[in-house]
Design a protein around this ligand. Sequence first.
Ligand code: GDG
Length: 466
Amino acid sequence: MSRLVVVSNRVGPLKDTGRAGGLAVALVDALTQAGGIWFGWSGEISEEGTFGNVRRVGSRKVLLATLDMTQADYDAFYVGYANKTLWPVFHYRLDLAVFDRHAEEGYLRVNDRFAARLRSLLRSDDVIWAHDYHFLPFAASLRAMEVENPIGFFLHIPFPAPEVLAALPNAAQMVRRMLAYDVIGFQSRRDAANFRRFAVEEIGAREADNGDLLLGSRRTVVRAFPIGIDAEGFARQATTPDARRHTRRTEKLLAGRQQIIGVDRIDYSKGLPERFRAFGRLLEDYPENRGRISLMQVAPPSRAELDAYAEIRRELEALTGNINGRFADLDWTPIRYMTRSFTRRALAGLYRASRVALVTPLRDGMNLVAKEYVAAQRAEDPGVVVLSRFAGAAEEMSEALIVNPHSAEEVAANLQTALTMPLDERRDRWQALFDRICENDAASWAQAFLAALNNQGNGQEEKEAS
Ligand code: GDG
Protein backbone atom coordinates (compact mmCIF):
# COMPACT_ATOMS: atom_id res chain seq x y z
CA MET A 1 0.00 0.00 0.00
CA SER A 2 1.31 3.48 -0.89
CA ARG A 3 2.17 5.90 1.88
CA LEU A 4 0.07 9.03 2.16
CA VAL A 5 1.76 12.43 2.32
CA VAL A 6 -0.48 15.22 3.57
CA VAL A 7 0.68 18.79 2.94
CA SER A 8 -0.96 21.70 4.75
CA ASN A 9 0.11 25.04 6.13
CA ARG A 10 -0.35 23.99 9.75
CA VAL A 11 0.38 20.44 10.81
CA GLY A 12 -1.18 18.21 13.47
CA PRO A 13 -2.06 17.54 16.18
CA LEU A 14 -1.66 13.78 15.85
CA LYS A 15 -3.59 13.06 19.05
CA ASP A 16 -7.07 14.32 19.79
CA THR A 17 -6.37 16.92 22.45
CA GLY A 18 -10.01 17.90 22.75
CA ARG A 19 -9.39 20.92 20.52
CA ALA A 20 -8.63 19.13 17.27
CA GLY A 21 -11.34 19.60 14.65
CA GLY A 22 -12.88 16.92 12.45
CA LEU A 23 -10.40 17.63 9.68
CA ALA A 24 -7.37 16.77 11.81
CA VAL A 25 -9.14 13.64 13.05
CA ALA A 26 -10.01 12.50 9.50
CA LEU A 27 -6.51 13.15 8.21
CA VAL A 28 -4.86 11.36 11.12
CA ASP A 29 -7.15 8.37 10.53
CA ALA A 30 -6.24 8.27 6.83
CA LEU A 31 -2.54 8.70 7.68
CA THR A 32 -2.63 5.96 10.30
CA GLN A 33 -4.28 3.52 7.91
CA ALA A 34 -1.82 4.06 5.05
CA GLY A 35 1.19 5.18 7.08
CA GLY A 36 2.83 8.38 5.92
CA ILE A 37 3.94 11.93 6.49
CA TRP A 38 2.17 15.12 7.42
CA PHE A 39 4.27 17.93 6.01
CA GLY A 40 3.97 21.69 6.52
CA TRP A 41 4.98 24.77 8.44
CA SER A 42 6.19 24.32 12.02
CA GLY A 43 4.51 27.54 13.13
CA GLU A 44 8.01 28.88 13.92
CA ILE A 45 9.95 31.76 12.42
CA SER A 46 13.72 31.23 12.14
CA GLU A 47 16.71 32.48 10.18
CA GLU A 48 17.10 29.25 8.22
CA GLY A 49 13.38 29.13 7.44
CA THR A 50 12.51 27.11 4.35
CA PHE A 51 16.21 26.37 3.81
CA GLY A 52 16.53 24.69 7.22
CA ASN A 53 16.25 21.12 8.33
CA VAL A 54 13.03 19.21 8.29
CA ARG A 55 12.06 18.45 11.87
CA ARG A 56 10.48 15.02 12.37
CA VAL A 57 8.30 13.87 15.23
CA GLY A 58 5.72 11.18 15.58
CA SER A 59 5.18 7.50 15.58
CA ARG A 60 6.67 4.87 13.31
CA LYS A 61 3.63 4.93 11.04
CA VAL A 62 2.92 8.66 10.96
CA LEU A 63 5.63 11.25 10.79
CA LEU A 64 5.15 14.98 11.25
CA ALA A 65 7.73 16.75 9.12
CA THR A 66 7.88 20.52 9.51
CA LEU A 67 9.87 23.46 8.25
CA ASP A 68 10.25 26.90 9.78
CA MET A 69 9.72 30.07 7.76
CA THR A 70 11.91 33.15 7.68
CA GLN A 71 10.24 36.41 8.66
CA ALA A 72 10.33 37.46 4.99
CA ASP A 73 8.66 34.19 3.90
CA TYR A 74 6.02 34.53 6.57
CA ASP A 75 5.24 38.13 5.62
CA ALA A 76 5.06 37.49 1.88
CA PHE A 77 3.59 33.98 1.76
CA TYR A 78 1.28 33.76 4.75
CA VAL A 79 0.29 37.28 5.80
CA GLY A 80 0.73 38.74 2.33
CA TYR A 81 -0.37 36.65 -0.60
CA ALA A 82 -2.37 33.93 1.20
CA ASN A 83 -4.30 36.11 3.62
CA LYS A 84 -4.30 39.61 2.07
CA THR A 85 -4.76 38.51 -1.54
CA LEU A 86 -6.15 35.01 -2.03
CA TRP A 87 -8.44 34.90 1.01
CA PRO A 88 -10.32 38.13 0.16
CA VAL A 89 -10.46 37.42 -3.60
CA PHE A 90 -11.73 33.88 -3.09
CA HIS A 91 -14.36 35.22 -0.65
CA TYR A 92 -15.51 37.82 -3.22
CA ARG A 93 -13.98 40.77 -1.32
CA LEU A 94 -12.03 42.55 -4.04
CA ASP A 95 -12.40 45.74 -1.98
CA LEU A 96 -10.15 44.21 0.71
CA ALA A 97 -7.64 42.48 -1.57
CA VAL A 98 -4.06 43.74 -1.74
CA PHE A 99 -2.15 43.07 -4.95
CA ASP A 100 1.58 43.16 -4.32
CA ARG A 101 4.08 41.63 -6.72
CA HIS A 102 6.60 40.91 -3.94
CA ALA A 103 4.02 38.99 -1.97
CA GLU A 104 3.14 36.92 -5.03
CA GLU A 105 6.82 36.17 -5.66
CA GLY A 106 7.26 35.18 -2.02
CA TYR A 107 4.26 32.88 -2.25
CA LEU A 108 5.68 31.11 -5.30
CA ARG A 109 9.14 30.96 -3.70
CA VAL A 110 7.83 29.33 -0.52
CA ASN A 111 5.88 26.78 -2.58
CA ASP A 112 9.09 25.95 -4.48
CA ARG A 113 11.13 25.61 -1.30
CA PHE A 114 8.54 23.50 0.46
CA ALA A 115 8.38 21.30 -2.65
CA ALA A 116 12.16 20.92 -2.74
CA ARG A 117 12.24 19.90 0.92
CA LEU A 118 9.37 17.47 0.51
CA ARG A 119 11.00 15.91 -2.52
CA SER A 120 13.92 14.73 -0.39
CA LEU A 121 11.48 12.75 1.80
CA LEU A 122 9.46 11.15 -1.01
CA ARG A 123 9.33 7.56 -2.18
CA SER A 124 8.30 6.84 -5.72
CA ASP A 125 4.97 5.26 -4.75
CA ASP A 126 3.85 7.93 -2.25
CA VAL A 127 0.50 9.59 -2.82
CA ILE A 128 0.50 13.32 -2.06
CA TRP A 129 -2.50 15.29 -0.87
CA ALA A 130 -2.09 19.08 -0.49
CA HIS A 131 -4.62 21.30 1.28
CA ASP A 132 -5.95 24.77 0.80
CA TYR A 133 -5.13 28.11 -0.76
CA HIS A 134 -1.57 28.24 0.56
CA PHE A 135 -0.61 25.54 -1.93
CA LEU A 136 -2.32 26.32 -5.25
CA PRO A 137 0.96 25.98 -7.25
CA PHE A 138 2.51 23.20 -5.13
CA ALA A 139 2.07 20.39 -7.68
CA ALA A 140 3.51 22.61 -10.41
CA SER A 141 6.57 23.18 -8.19
CA LEU A 142 6.95 19.43 -7.65
CA ARG A 143 6.43 18.59 -11.32
CA ALA A 144 9.18 21.06 -12.24
CA MET A 145 11.43 18.93 -10.00
CA GLU A 146 10.39 15.82 -11.90
CA VAL A 147 8.15 14.39 -9.21
CA GLU A 148 5.70 12.05 -10.98
CA ASN A 149 3.73 10.81 -7.96
CA PRO A 150 -0.05 11.23 -7.88
CA ILE A 151 -0.77 14.65 -6.35
CA GLY A 152 -4.20 15.78 -5.21
CA PHE A 153 -5.45 19.10 -3.88
CA PHE A 154 -8.45 20.05 -1.80
CA LEU A 155 -9.58 23.67 -1.55
CA HIS A 156 -11.29 24.38 1.78
CA ILE A 157 -12.49 27.86 0.80
CA PRO A 158 -14.77 28.89 -2.08
CA PHE A 159 -13.50 29.10 -5.64
CA PRO A 160 -14.86 32.41 -6.96
CA ALA A 161 -16.80 33.08 -10.14
CA PRO A 162 -14.45 33.67 -13.11
CA GLU A 163 -15.47 37.34 -13.32
CA VAL A 164 -14.17 37.83 -9.77
CA LEU A 165 -11.03 35.73 -10.12
CA ALA A 166 -10.10 37.65 -13.26
CA ALA A 167 -9.27 40.63 -11.01
CA LEU A 168 -6.34 38.69 -9.53
CA PRO A 169 -3.16 39.58 -11.42
CA ASN A 170 -1.77 36.44 -13.11
CA ALA A 171 -4.92 34.45 -12.32
CA ALA A 172 -4.60 32.48 -15.57
CA GLN A 173 -1.06 31.42 -14.71
CA MET A 174 -2.17 30.34 -11.26
CA VAL A 175 -4.98 28.22 -12.66
CA ARG A 176 -2.63 26.72 -15.24
CA ARG A 177 -0.28 25.75 -12.39
CA MET A 178 -3.21 24.18 -10.53
CA LEU A 179 -3.77 21.84 -13.47
CA ALA A 180 -0.48 20.11 -12.56
CA TYR A 181 -2.58 18.35 -9.89
CA ASP A 182 -4.14 14.98 -10.79
CA VAL A 183 -7.26 15.60 -8.70
CA ILE A 184 -8.69 18.92 -7.51
CA GLY A 185 -11.46 18.73 -4.93
CA PHE A 186 -13.84 21.56 -4.09
CA GLN A 187 -16.39 21.97 -1.31
CA SER A 188 -19.37 22.43 -3.60
CA ARG A 189 -20.55 21.86 -7.14
CA ARG A 190 -20.73 25.62 -7.57
CA ASP A 191 -16.99 25.97 -6.80
CA ALA A 192 -16.06 23.13 -9.16
CA ALA A 193 -18.16 24.72 -11.92
CA ASN A 194 -16.47 28.11 -11.36
CA PHE A 195 -13.06 26.49 -11.69
CA ARG A 196 -13.98 24.62 -14.88
CA ARG A 197 -15.43 27.72 -16.44
CA PHE A 198 -12.31 29.77 -15.72
CA ALA A 199 -10.02 27.02 -17.04
CA VAL A 200 -12.05 26.64 -20.24
CA GLU A 201 -12.64 30.35 -20.93
CA GLU A 202 -9.33 31.83 -19.83
CA ILE A 203 -6.67 29.19 -20.50
CA GLY A 204 -8.27 27.05 -23.18
CA ALA A 205 -8.58 23.82 -21.19
CA ARG A 206 -11.06 21.29 -22.57
CA GLU A 207 -13.85 19.92 -20.41
CA ALA A 208 -14.51 16.18 -20.70
CA ASP A 209 -18.04 14.75 -20.39
CA ASN A 210 -17.42 13.75 -16.77
CA GLY A 211 -16.19 17.24 -15.84
CA ASP A 212 -12.45 16.43 -15.90
CA LEU A 213 -10.22 19.08 -17.44
CA LEU A 214 -7.74 18.36 -20.21
CA LEU A 215 -4.79 20.63 -20.91
CA GLY A 216 -1.90 19.49 -23.10
CA SER A 217 -1.17 15.89 -22.17
CA ARG A 218 -2.56 16.24 -18.64
CA ARG A 219 -5.97 15.22 -17.33
CA THR A 220 -7.16 16.66 -14.01
CA VAL A 221 -10.16 15.27 -12.17
CA VAL A 222 -12.29 18.22 -10.98
CA ARG A 223 -15.05 17.36 -8.52
CA ALA A 224 -16.93 18.44 -5.44
CA PHE A 225 -16.01 16.49 -2.30
CA PRO A 226 -18.09 18.25 0.39
CA ILE A 227 -16.19 17.96 3.67
CA GLY A 228 -17.93 16.38 6.66
CA ILE A 229 -17.37 16.20 10.40
CA ASP A 230 -16.95 13.20 12.68
CA ALA A 231 -20.69 13.40 13.35
CA GLU A 232 -21.05 10.43 15.69
CA GLY A 233 -17.91 11.43 17.59
CA PHE A 234 -19.20 14.97 18.00
CA ALA A 235 -22.63 13.71 19.11
CA ARG A 236 -20.84 11.71 21.83
CA GLN A 237 -18.86 14.80 22.88
CA ALA A 238 -22.19 16.54 23.52
CA THR A 239 -23.03 14.04 26.26
CA THR A 240 -19.68 14.12 28.12
CA PRO A 241 -19.72 15.53 31.68
CA ASP A 242 -17.90 18.64 30.49
CA ALA A 243 -20.49 19.29 27.77
CA ARG A 244 -23.37 18.62 30.16
CA ARG A 245 -21.97 21.15 32.62
CA HIS A 246 -21.98 23.80 29.90
CA THR A 247 -25.51 22.88 28.80
CA ARG A 248 -26.78 23.05 32.39
CA ARG A 249 -25.05 26.34 33.20
CA THR A 250 -26.45 27.97 30.07
CA GLU A 251 -29.96 26.64 30.62
CA LYS A 252 -29.90 27.83 34.22
CA LEU A 253 -28.92 31.29 33.12
CA LEU A 254 -31.59 31.33 30.41
CA ALA A 255 -34.26 30.40 32.98
CA GLY A 256 -36.80 29.21 30.42
CA ARG A 257 -35.88 31.74 27.72
CA GLN A 258 -34.46 30.60 24.36
CA GLN A 259 -31.04 31.20 22.90
CA ILE A 260 -29.72 31.59 19.36
CA ILE A 261 -26.06 30.62 18.93
CA GLY A 262 -23.33 31.70 16.51
CA VAL A 263 -19.77 30.31 16.54
CA ASP A 264 -17.17 31.75 14.19
CA ARG A 265 -13.56 32.85 14.02
CA ILE A 266 -13.72 36.64 13.72
CA ASP A 267 -13.48 37.04 9.95
CA TYR A 268 -15.15 39.38 7.48
CA SER A 269 -16.34 36.36 5.47
CA LYS A 270 -18.56 35.18 8.32
CA GLY A 271 -21.11 38.00 8.07
CA LEU A 272 -21.03 38.86 11.77
CA PRO A 273 -22.10 42.53 11.61
CA GLU A 274 -24.94 41.57 9.25
CA ARG A 275 -25.91 38.85 11.72
CA PHE A 276 -26.01 41.21 14.70
CA ARG A 277 -28.14 43.65 12.69
CA ALA A 278 -30.51 40.86 11.69
CA PHE A 279 -30.89 39.92 15.35
CA GLY A 280 -31.64 43.57 16.15
CA ARG A 281 -34.23 43.46 13.40
CA LEU A 282 -35.84 40.40 14.99
CA LEU A 283 -36.31 42.34 18.22
CA GLU A 284 -37.70 45.27 16.31
CA ASP A 285 -40.06 43.46 13.92
CA TYR A 286 -41.21 40.78 16.39
CA PRO A 287 -41.28 42.60 19.75
CA GLU A 288 -42.66 39.53 21.54
CA ASN A 289 -39.06 38.25 21.53
CA ARG A 290 -37.80 41.13 23.68
CA GLY A 291 -36.83 39.83 27.08
CA ARG A 292 -37.23 36.25 25.81
CA ILE A 293 -34.62 35.50 23.14
CA SER A 294 -30.88 36.15 23.25
CA LEU A 295 -27.99 35.70 20.84
CA MET A 296 -24.81 34.04 22.12
CA GLN A 297 -21.91 34.70 19.76
CA VAL A 298 -18.65 32.82 20.36
CA ALA A 299 -16.00 34.61 18.27
CA PRO A 300 -12.36 33.72 18.89
CA PRO A 301 -10.08 36.26 17.18
CA SER A 302 -7.96 35.20 14.20
CA ARG A 303 -5.27 36.86 12.05
CA ALA A 304 -5.30 39.80 14.46
CA GLU A 305 -2.20 41.26 12.75
CA LEU A 306 -4.29 42.19 9.68
CA ASP A 307 -6.06 45.58 9.65
CA ALA A 308 -9.28 44.24 8.15
CA TYR A 309 -9.64 41.89 11.13
CA ALA A 310 -9.01 44.57 13.77
CA GLU A 311 -11.60 46.73 12.06
CA ILE A 312 -14.34 44.13 12.09
CA ARG A 313 -13.67 43.57 15.79
CA ARG A 314 -14.29 47.23 16.51
CA GLU A 315 -17.45 47.15 14.44
CA LEU A 316 -18.79 44.16 16.37
CA GLU A 317 -18.08 45.80 19.71
CA ALA A 318 -19.95 48.92 18.62
CA LEU A 319 -22.92 46.94 17.30
CA THR A 320 -23.15 44.85 20.46
CA GLY A 321 -23.09 48.04 22.52
CA ASN A 322 -25.80 49.64 20.38
CA ILE A 323 -28.19 46.73 20.36
CA ASN A 324 -27.70 45.88 24.02
CA GLY A 325 -28.01 49.53 25.01
CA ARG A 326 -31.22 49.87 23.10
CA PHE A 327 -33.02 46.66 24.12
CA ALA A 328 -31.50 45.31 27.36
CA ASP A 329 -33.61 45.02 30.48
CA LEU A 330 -32.74 44.52 34.16
CA ASP A 331 -32.69 40.74 33.84
CA TRP A 332 -31.96 40.24 30.12
CA THR A 333 -29.03 41.03 27.82
CA PRO A 334 -29.87 40.59 24.12
CA ILE A 335 -26.38 39.78 22.77
CA ARG A 336 -23.75 37.84 24.66
CA TYR A 337 -20.61 38.34 22.62
CA MET A 338 -17.53 36.39 23.72
CA THR A 339 -14.11 36.56 22.10
CA ARG A 340 -12.72 33.73 24.25
CA SER A 341 -12.51 30.22 22.88
CA PHE A 342 -13.98 27.02 24.30
CA THR A 343 -12.96 23.36 24.19
CA ARG A 344 -14.83 21.25 21.63
CA ARG A 345 -16.74 19.55 24.44
CA ALA A 346 -17.84 22.86 25.90
CA LEU A 347 -18.92 24.02 22.45
CA ALA A 348 -20.96 20.86 21.98
CA GLY A 349 -22.71 21.63 25.28
CA LEU A 350 -23.44 25.22 24.21
CA TYR A 351 -24.88 24.05 20.87
CA ARG A 352 -27.17 21.71 22.77
CA ALA A 353 -28.45 24.49 25.00
CA SER A 354 -29.42 26.62 21.96
CA ARG A 355 -32.75 26.45 20.12
CA VAL A 356 -31.38 27.97 16.91
CA ALA A 357 -27.98 28.05 15.17
CA LEU A 358 -27.49 31.24 13.18
CA VAL A 359 -24.90 30.49 10.48
CA THR A 360 -24.83 33.42 8.09
CA PRO A 361 -21.49 33.76 6.31
CA LEU A 362 -21.39 36.05 3.26
CA ARG A 363 -19.17 33.37 1.67
CA ASP A 364 -17.91 30.12 3.16
CA GLY A 365 -16.31 27.06 1.58
CA MET A 366 -18.41 24.68 3.65
CA ASN A 367 -19.02 25.81 7.28
CA LEU A 368 -18.58 23.06 9.81
CA VAL A 369 -20.41 24.87 12.60
CA ALA A 370 -23.76 24.16 10.90
CA LYS A 371 -22.95 20.43 10.93
CA GLU A 372 -21.58 20.41 14.47
CA TYR A 373 -24.74 22.08 15.73
CA VAL A 374 -26.90 19.37 14.15
CA ALA A 375 -24.70 16.60 15.58
CA ALA A 376 -24.94 18.03 19.10
CA GLN A 377 -28.77 18.20 19.29
CA ARG A 378 -31.07 16.04 21.40
CA ALA A 379 -33.07 13.77 19.08
CA GLU A 380 -36.25 14.29 21.12
CA ASP A 381 -36.10 18.10 21.16
CA PRO A 382 -33.71 19.34 18.47
CA GLY A 383 -33.05 22.92 17.41
CA VAL A 384 -33.20 24.57 13.98
CA VAL A 385 -30.40 25.77 11.68
CA VAL A 386 -30.76 29.11 9.89
CA LEU A 387 -28.15 28.90 7.14
CA SER A 388 -26.74 31.28 4.55
CA ARG A 389 -27.24 30.30 0.94
CA PHE A 390 -23.61 31.35 0.41
CA ALA A 391 -22.16 28.60 2.63
CA GLY A 392 -21.10 25.44 0.79
CA ALA A 393 -23.13 23.57 3.44
CA ALA A 394 -26.36 24.95 1.92
CA GLU A 395 -25.95 22.58 -1.05
CA GLU A 396 -26.30 19.60 1.29
CA MET A 397 -28.43 20.95 4.13
CA SER A 398 -31.66 21.79 2.37
CA GLU A 399 -33.73 21.06 5.52
CA ALA A 400 -32.13 24.07 7.23
CA LEU A 401 -33.89 27.43 6.78
CA ILE A 402 -31.84 28.87 3.92
CA VAL A 403 -31.44 32.67 3.93
CA ASN A 404 -29.78 35.55 2.16
CA PRO A 405 -27.47 36.94 4.88
CA HIS A 406 -27.49 40.42 3.31
CA SER A 407 -31.18 40.84 4.06
CA ALA A 408 -31.74 41.61 7.75
CA GLU A 409 -35.46 41.41 7.12
CA GLU A 410 -35.29 37.92 5.60
CA VAL A 411 -32.97 36.59 8.30
CA ALA A 412 -35.22 38.02 11.04
CA ALA A 413 -38.32 36.44 9.47
CA ASN A 414 -36.58 33.05 9.30
CA LEU A 415 -35.39 33.38 12.89
CA GLN A 416 -38.99 33.97 13.87
CA THR A 417 -40.04 30.84 11.91
CA ALA A 418 -37.29 28.83 13.63
CA LEU A 419 -38.23 30.08 17.10
CA THR A 420 -41.89 29.21 16.64
CA MET A 421 -41.45 25.96 14.71
CA PRO A 422 -43.57 23.08 16.07
CA LEU A 423 -41.70 20.14 17.60
CA ASP A 424 -42.79 17.69 14.85
CA GLU A 425 -41.33 19.83 12.12
CA ARG A 426 -38.14 20.45 14.07
CA ARG A 427 -37.69 16.69 14.50
CA ASP A 428 -38.34 15.89 10.83
CA ARG A 429 -35.91 18.47 9.56
CA TRP A 430 -33.26 17.53 12.12
CA GLN A 431 -33.52 13.78 11.44
CA ALA A 432 -32.95 14.28 7.71
CA LEU A 433 -29.96 16.53 8.39
CA PHE A 434 -28.46 14.26 11.03
CA ASP A 435 -28.75 11.14 8.83
CA ARG A 436 -27.01 12.93 5.99
CA ILE A 437 -24.11 14.32 8.05
CA CYS A 438 -23.53 10.87 9.57
CA GLU A 439 -23.45 9.33 6.12
CA ASN A 440 -21.21 12.02 4.58
CA ASP A 441 -18.79 12.32 7.49
CA ALA A 442 -15.13 13.29 7.65
CA ALA A 443 -13.91 9.72 7.16
CA SER A 444 -16.03 9.12 4.06
CA TRP A 445 -14.86 12.47 2.65
CA ALA A 446 -11.19 11.49 3.01
CA GLN A 447 -11.88 8.02 1.57
CA ALA A 448 -13.74 9.42 -1.44
CA PHE A 449 -10.96 11.90 -2.21
CA LEU A 450 -8.18 9.34 -1.82
CA ALA A 451 -10.07 6.80 -3.93
CA ALA A 452 -10.30 9.37 -6.75
CA LEU A 453 -6.60 10.18 -6.35
CA ASN A 454 -5.49 6.54 -6.36
CA ASN A 455 -7.64 5.88 -9.38
CA GLN A 456 -6.28 8.81 -11.31
CA GLY A 457 -2.70 7.92 -10.34
CA ASN A 458 -3.25 4.42 -11.77
CA GLY A 459 -4.80 5.94 -14.86
CA GLN A 460 -1.72 8.06 -15.54
CA GLU A 461 0.56 5.05 -15.08
CA GLU A 462 -1.49 2.95 -17.46
CA LYS A 463 -1.36 5.73 -20.00
CA GLU A 464 2.41 5.87 -19.74
CA ALA A 465 2.79 2.07 -19.94
CA SER A 466 0.70 1.74 -23.07
C1 GDG B 1 -12.28 26.63 6.63
C2 GDG B 1 -13.32 27.15 5.63
C3 GDG B 1 -14.57 25.00 5.85
C4 GDG B 1 -14.76 27.94 16.45
N1 GDG B 1 -14.68 28.52 17.65
C5 GDG B 1 -14.13 27.62 18.48
C6 GDG B 1 -13.87 26.47 17.75
N2 GDG B 1 -14.27 26.68 16.51
C7 GDG B 1 -14.22 25.66 15.46
C8 GDG B 1 -15.61 25.28 15.00
C9 GDG B 1 -15.34 24.63 13.66
C10 GDG B 1 -14.11 25.41 13.20
O1 GDG B 1 -13.57 26.10 14.31
C11 GDG B 1 -14.46 26.44 12.15
O2 GDG B 1 -14.75 25.78 10.97
P1 GDG B 1 -15.60 26.49 9.83
O3 GDG B 1 -15.90 25.47 8.82
O4 GDG B 1 -16.79 27.11 10.44
O5 GDG B 1 -14.71 27.69 9.26
P2 GDG B 1 -13.13 28.03 8.93
O6 GDG B 1 -12.30 28.10 10.14
O7 GDG B 1 -13.18 29.30 8.15
O8 GDG B 1 -12.63 26.79 8.01
C12 GDG B 1 -14.68 26.53 5.89
C13 GDG B 1 -13.44 24.51 6.75
O9 GDG B 1 -12.22 25.18 6.44
C14 GDG B 1 -13.21 23.01 6.59
O10 GDG B 1 -12.97 22.66 5.27
O11 GDG B 1 -15.79 24.45 6.32
O12 GDG B 1 -15.61 26.96 4.93
O13 GDG B 1 -13.40 28.58 5.68
O14 GDG B 1 -14.97 23.28 13.80
O15 GDG B 1 -16.20 24.43 15.96
N3 GDG B 1 -13.34 25.35 18.29
C15 GDG B 1 -13.03 25.38 19.62
N4 GDG B 1 -13.25 26.50 20.39
C16 GDG B 1 -13.79 27.64 19.87
O16 GDG B 1 -13.99 28.61 20.58
N5 GDG B 1 -12.49 24.29 20.20
